[in-house]
Design a binder for this molecule. Structure first.
Ligand code: BYC
Length: 313
């Protein structure tokens, strides 16, 4: 029941920067808000395995292949931590997957773009994981305990991911003219979608108000996006690549890079199911889920057998 007493106690925990734990009382809207965000985050990790998975068989060396395999496995692990954190809010894994398959739950817009060259694998690590880290470092301080703890663990792995991507881009950018061109082309295609990962401007973000009051989000979409831009522009300079934004300019007084506007029409199309690969990404997930039914059945049968043996003993 949402008594004033419960609400006051809840907000006091939040304001004191102490974590809300699964068994604590929480407003229904807080619970729903978290289920929405954490599940979308989990779906992003798992759908995000697809663009990189395409390159496992075509990685240019054994070293590159091993690193890529390890990274993709990490992403699966991130999905699992996040699904588990989400389940502590009283929703089952089946319901979460169903929401993904029926289009009720989103996943990050970025994974609807194709990885067409090896440089795209570098760009994903450098830019996509780079943007994810900026967001996730901030989410380590989120108010819900299980989400916050998942973020702490995930961030450690993401920084390795970002560095492996930057290493690929650096090698290509400092290689032959053709390799440099391939790296620049990947940067050109992934830059703007990476900026979209942070979501709409604060003034157009319907969930931000409550998310900030409840300290689910600790910093706003625009603040995090700006931090990512400031960091990444300098990294591009070091390896001699050019950020594809004619309006990019250092503002000495503010200590930030001014930048051009995102194509919000494209963003809205992609998050509403009409990006380049939305249908393929979802169809692949549905088919993998259906093909894995026997694994779930076997695991359930084994768990039931174990339970029976414990009861008999
Ligand atoms: N894409 O009010 P807003 C990774 C939606 S994976 C799609 O600002 P909020 C990796 C938003 O959901 C890590 N949808 O929302 C894996 C909402 O729609 P609904 C991915 C987006 O929640 C493999 C509506 O727009 N990281 O690192 O306050 C390989 C209004 O937005 C997007 C996360 O998932 C988007 N980009 O803020 C490599 C971070 N942006 O739900 C790498 C966790 C907005 O009302 N999530 N929308 O239908 C968050 O931090 C926040 O949810 C967001 C949006 C900043 C994304």
């Amino acid at each position: 029941m949402e008594s004033t007493n419960n609400l006051e106690k809840f907000q006091t925990i939040i304001d004191a920067d102490t974590k809300i734990e699964p068994k604590d009382w929480m407003p229904e809207d807080y619970r729903k808000h978290l289920i929405r965000q954490i599940s979308q985050h989990a779906h992003s990790e798992v759908i995000g395995m697809q663009p990189e998975g395409n390159w496992i068989t075509r990685a240019p060396s054994l070293r590159a292949k091993l690193i890529l395999l390890a990274k993709i496995q990490d992403e699966a692990g991130h999905g699992l931590y996040l699904y588990s954190a989400c389940e502590t809010l009283g929703i089952s894994r089946e319901e979460l997957i169903d929401q993904l398959h029926t289009g009720k739950a989103k996943y990050s817009s970025i994974f609807n773009y194709a990885a067409i060259t090896w440089a795209d694998i570098g760009a994903i690590g450098w830019l996509v994981d780079g943007a994810a880290i900026v967001n996730q470092i901030s989410l380590q301080r989120t108010s819900y305990g299980p989400y916050s703890r998942a973020m702490i663990r995930i961030c450690k792995e993401e920084s390795f991911h970002q560095r492996q991507g930057y290493e690929i881009m650096g090698k290509l950018a400092l290689g032959t003219p053709e390799q440099k061109e391939m790296a620049q082309d990947a940067l050109n295609r992934w830059w703007w979608p990476s900026l979209m990962m942070f979501g709409p401007h604060d003034s157009d973000s319907p969930h931000s108000g409550k998310a900030m009051t409840w300290r689910i989000k600790r910093e706003s979409n625009d603040v995090l996006r700006q931090r990512f831009i400031d960091k990444t522009v300098q990294q591009a300079e070091v390896i001699g690549l050019k950020i594809p934004d004619d309006k990019l300019k250092w503002n000495e007084a503010k200590g930030v890079y001014e930048h051009g506007e995102i194509n919000w029409e494209e963003f809205n199309q992609v998050i509403n199911g009409n990006g380049p690969l939305n249908k393929i990404r979802l169809a692949n997930h549905i088919s993998a889920h259906e093909n894995g039914a026997w694994v779930r059945e076997a695991a359930n049968a084994y768990a039931a057998k174990q339970k029976k043996e414990v009861l008999v003993a």
